[in-house]
Unconditional design. Structure first.
Length: 91
């Protein structure tokens, strides 16, 4: 795994940075304009998406600007593909 990014800091989007983990498991550092209302949901979407992609050990830095769940999934998937080199869309 290598460091990879996906997304922007525009309103309604989320910037996802994935790095190799120094410890086992997923560590999510979340900064969001809607942290108090949706922080737990954003973390759940990131965790579920990475788990579905087979990524179990990573440091994820997420800067959210009010992204919808579908946008979060898309950005996490794109960053994971770039970080792992595993093309989830092929086949």
């Amino acid at each position: 795994m290598k460091e990879a990014y996906a997304g922007t800091l525009e309103s309604g989007d989320i910037m996802i940075q994935i790095e190799p983990a120094e410890t086992q498991g997923l560590t999510i550092e979340l900064n969001s304009t809607v942290m108090y209302q949706f922080g737990e949901q954003i973390r759940n979407v990131i965790t579920e998406t990475l788990t579905d992609l087979g990524v179990t050990d990573a440091l994820v830095k997420a800067t959210d600007k009010g992204a919808l769940d579908c946008t979060i999934r898309a950005r996490v998937t794109a960053a994971a593909v770039r970080a792992t080199g595993k093309d989830v869309w092929a086949d």
